[in-house]
Structure formats: C-alpha cells, structure tokens
Design a protein around this ligand. Sequence first.
Ligand SMILES: [Zn+2]
Length: 438
Amino acid sequence: MNDRLLVLWHFAATRWFRDTRDRVRLLARQQARLRCFLGKLVTRSPYYRGMPPELSSLPVITKREFLARFDQLNPSGITLQEASAIALRAEQERDFRPQLAGGITVGLSSGTSGSRHVFLVSQADRCRWAGQVLGRMLSPASLRQVLNPFARPLRIAFFLRAGSNLYSTLSSRRVHFSYFDLTLPFDGLMRRLAELDPEVLVAPATVLAAIARRESEHATGLQPRQVISVAEVLDPRDRQLIEAVFRQPVAQVYQAAEGLLGSTCKEGRIHLHEDSLHVEPVWLDDSRDRLHAIITDFSRTAQWFVRYQVDDLLRLSPTPCPCGSANLCLSSIEGRAEEVLWLPDPRGVLAPVFPDTLRQAIYTMEPPPDRYRIEQHGRRWEVRIRPAGDIAETAMAVALSRMADSLDLAKPDIHFSPWIDPPPAEKPKRIRCISRPA
Ligand SMILES: [Zn+2]
C-alpha cells in the first residue's frame, strides 16, 4: 500500500473505527490478535522457535537480555553492532536518513531509565506510528485545519535530541513538520520557533517548561493550539507553568524504544494503548497501586517486543476515566524531576542543559560508561562513573565539554568522585541538580 494511504488508514482506524469503551470486547480483540501474532512468532524468531505459542509460557525479557539477543529478536537478523554503528554515526553527523536494507531505520533512545537502547523501525511501523500519533493527538480544530484545503498547512514543531525518519514520516502537503535539534544553542532554536509560529508544539517536558519560561519573560506571541509533552516525565510544577503560559492543558505521549505505549485522552489522563499492546502488570505493593508493565507489542513488524519489562514505575488511576475508554488508565508515570542542569551563557545568564541532551553526550562516548551519576552543586559538577579510571574520566570530561561548546555555554567545573552504589530502595537519579550556580 502507498505510504500516505497507510498513514491515513491508521489515522482513521485509531480515531474513528476503534471502539475502546467495552473492556470485555477490547480484551477479546486483543487476545485474537495476540494469538495470531504468537503463532507466527514461534516459527519465525530463532529465539522463540519451538516454544509453545502461549504468552504465559514465554520468558520475561529485560532490556539487558533484549540487547544481548538483539539479532534473534528481529526478523532481519540485524545485529546490535550493525544497528548501533548506524545509529551512532547518524547522531554524530546529525543526519538521520541512513537506513538498513529493507527500509529499516535505526533509532537511538536514551530511555527514561537512562541506558542506551537501539531500536529498529520498518516503513510499515513508521506509517502506523504516524497515523496513530496524529489520530490520537490531533484536536478537532487541528484536524479541521488539515482537512480544509483553503487553510494553511498545520505546522508542528518537534523538539528532540535526535531526529529520525520516524518523525519525517509525518510531513505532507497539509502537515508541515519542523524538527528542532536540542544539541544546538537554545537561543537560536527559540528564534526559529518564533518565526515558525506553530499550531502544535511537541517537546520533552523539561524543554516545554523552558520554552514557557522564556515566553513568560520575553513574550514573542507564541500561541500554540496544542502542547504535547513526550519522552520525559511531566513534573507537576512544569505542568503548572506550561499551562499558565500557553493557557491550555498539556497532552502527553508516553513513548520509549519499546514503542508508543500510551497517551492522554481528552480528560488529560494517560491511557496505555491496549489496542496494540498487551500489558501485564507486575505489582510493586500490596495495595496494587504501583506497577512495572510487561508489554507484548503485537503490531510492530521490525522487532519483537514480547513480555518485555519496561523500567518505568507506573501508578494506576484508582478510578475509571470519565472519557469512557476501557484502556488501563494511569495517574502518573513516576520518575525524573530535577534533572535539568544549568550553565551560564556568554552573557552570564543561566541556560538549561536538558537531561536528554546530557544523556546523549554521555551515550555517544565510546564505550559509554556502565553506570554514571552527575550532581550539580553550583558551578561544580560532581561526577561518578563506573568503570572508573583515567581514560574513562578523560572521555567523560571531553564529552561534557564538547556538549557545553555545542550549546554555546560555559564549561562545567567537573570533579570526579569514587563510585558508590545508591541505596537499593531508591530509584537511582543519574542526573540531579542540587543547586544552581549563583
Ligand atoms: Zn480517559
């Protein structure tokens, strides 16, 4: 099928043809698709070959195991080395067009848990992703603009640390999609954003907050009709600020290397996409409040995520959502806050360094550290890495200095300290601002 038709098909299916109000029917449809998927899986994947095609008898896979068996968990037998080499080159050259044979694109995600994850996406996956994101997220007013041939095309500004073929799939005559590269200086990006004057603004939560802060200080007339947070946990304080400045609710897309996992409904609550994912909760407390999700994605074609354990800590909403959707509803995705660090620009004004940008700088080190923690105490950045040693420390210092240079900010004052394990009960904060520079 033609790509544009495929996007349109997924758009229509997501928006109009999917009744998700009845949980019994939702789960019955899910089980039917899951059976069909598992039947093919156990004949096609070298890893699952010979296993019974029943979900409960297949092993749970962690990220570490997934990466270790990478070539057995995609139909093309692409190795982790091949995929990583392409992803790293794309990141370093800031050119995200390279593809593997068969139209497969490689993406690199630092993930909400902080360790590098390479993922594969086929042409069909890209079209499905684009159709589903637009189908779920476009407001009625934005959709009217796309459909009205006399209106100007819908302009979507997308801030991310890495571009991807995934995102350019969205562009068409009626939808103009502009990508903002977060490894470039923030001032320049803000000027371009004001010129673009987008109807839809999509960015990681901490970046949205910085844009809102900037807008409240120097009003440029930025008035997006939709504000969508992606890739990071939305901190309640950031949400307040963003909503106050742009005078509208922030929608959220919950997405990771593992795929498009959830998004907010018109009531502003996050639902997991159980119409394309099977979700098994692993309860972390007796009150069945917090959970880790084990997901099986029966829609993706370039990679198999089967009983894959997602690292994020989720909280289930105690009450059903008034929107009527029967998909599992979250009250929050718990995780990162205070992960934005600060450095002075040439005028001495403090500018944000976003966690995605920082992680990106660290994960393009070769080899990236096994574990790391960065704490900011004023101008001083206290860095711990494992494995340590002179070579690793020099590489880290170079990576952080290069990042500061590319952002046109003063270099941090880096001090290395010996590694200490965080208490096991705590969710480890890899990046943390204790105090900003005076
Ligand atoms: Zn809802």
